[in-house]
Design a binder for this molecule. Sequence first.
Ligand code: FES
Ligand SMILES: [Fe+2]
Length: 407
Amino acid sequence: MSVLETFDHTTTRRLHAERYPELGTGPVSVTPFIAPEFLALECEHIFSKMWLMVGRIDALPTAGDYFVRVIECLNKSIIIARGQDGVVRGFHNVCRHRGTRVAAGAGNCKYFTCRFHGWVYDTAGRIKSIPDESQFHALDKQKLNLAPIHTDVWNGFVFVNFAEQPRETLREQLAEIGEKLAQFPTQSMVVSGRWGATLKANWKLFLDAFQEGYHVDTVHSGTVGGYFTGRRNPSCRPSHLALYQRNRAASFSYDPDFTPHRSELFSIKSDAALTQGAQAEQKKLPGTNPDNDPYYSFDINVIFPNWLFDTSAGFYFVHELWPIDATTTRWESSLYFAPPTRASQMIAQEQTITLLRDAFREDVATSESSQAGLNAGVLKEIHFADSEITCRHFYQVVTQLVQNGGP
Ligand code: FES
Ligand SMILES: [Fe+2]
C-alpha cells in the first residue's frame, strides 16, 4: 500500500491533533512574534543556554583555517578555528587588552593579531605576544588567552554553546533527530548554492514558512506549487510527520499527476530533482523518506532552536534564522549536492538550485507581509490548521522554554 493510500489527504479528520492532543487546538498569541521583551527572554533562556549551529566543518579542512560568525541577538562575535594541532575550537572574538575584534570573515592564518595595539594569539587562542609588555602592571598571562566557548561537532555541523556549563550535551539536545540524521552523508556533498537576506520578520515567523506546506499552492504557484499540489493533495499536507521533544520532522510527496517540464526531466535524469520517483527510492539515503514513499520529494528536519536540515534524494539544504531584533531576522540558506562529474549534471543541479532560490524568495515576500500585518496591532491571536501543527509545536516548545528558564 502506498503512502498516499495510507494517508488520506482529503480527510476532514484532524489527524495530527488526534495524535498530539497535548498541543491543543486553540489560537495562539501574537506576542512572541512582535514583542522585544519576548525576544529578550528567548535570548536569555534559549540562545544563551542551548547549542547553536554555526557552520560546516568542511569550511576548516586544514590547520589554521577559521571563520567568524556574528550572533547579533547576543552581541557576540565568535571565531571557529582549526588549531595547528588539528583541533577545532571556538573563542570569543574579543581581544583581552581592550576588547577589539581580532579576526573578521574567514581565512587561514597562524596567528590572530589585534589591529588596535598588536596583541597576538595563536589559532588555539593562546596569547603569544604583547608589544611593549614591560609597561603593563602584573599581567597574569594565564588569563589572557581568547575566552573559549563550548564547541562540538555533529555530522559535520559545528555547534557552540554560550552557557558557562551547558545543561545538556549536544547529543542530548539533538536527541531523536540527531540519531535519525547521524548517518546522512553530508561529507559527500559540497555547497552548491548559497543565499541570504536580512528581512523584516520575526525569526519564528520566518521559520514557520519553512515548516508547513499549506502555503505552497498559493505562494509558490509560480515555482514549485504545481509539483506538490493536485487532485490528491491540494493543500500540500505532509505525508509523514513526527514531533519530538523540541525538534520535528515532516516529509512531503510530490503530486503523482505532476507532469515534469523539460528542465525538470533533465534534472530527474541526473538525480538532482525534487521529483525523482523510483530513482529516489533506489537511492534512499540514511534518515530520509521514512515511509518509503514512491512519490517522495524531501524531508524537513527542524532542529531547535533556529535551523532546518532538509534532506532529499541526493541533496540537502539548510536554513539558518538568526534574530537581530524582535521583527528582523538574518536568514542564511545553503544547498548541497555531490560534486558534479559531468557538465550535464552541473546544469541539472543548477535547475534545482534556481528553482529553490526562486521559491525561497517567495517565502521572504509573504513573511515580511505577515509581519507587517502583525505589527499593526490588530490581531491578538493567530490560527494554525492541523497541517500547520509543526508551527504549533514550535510555538509551544519556545513558550515553554521561556517560561521554564531554559532547557
Ligand atoms: S585592544 Fe587588542 S591590542 Fe589593544
Ligand atoms: Fe514556502
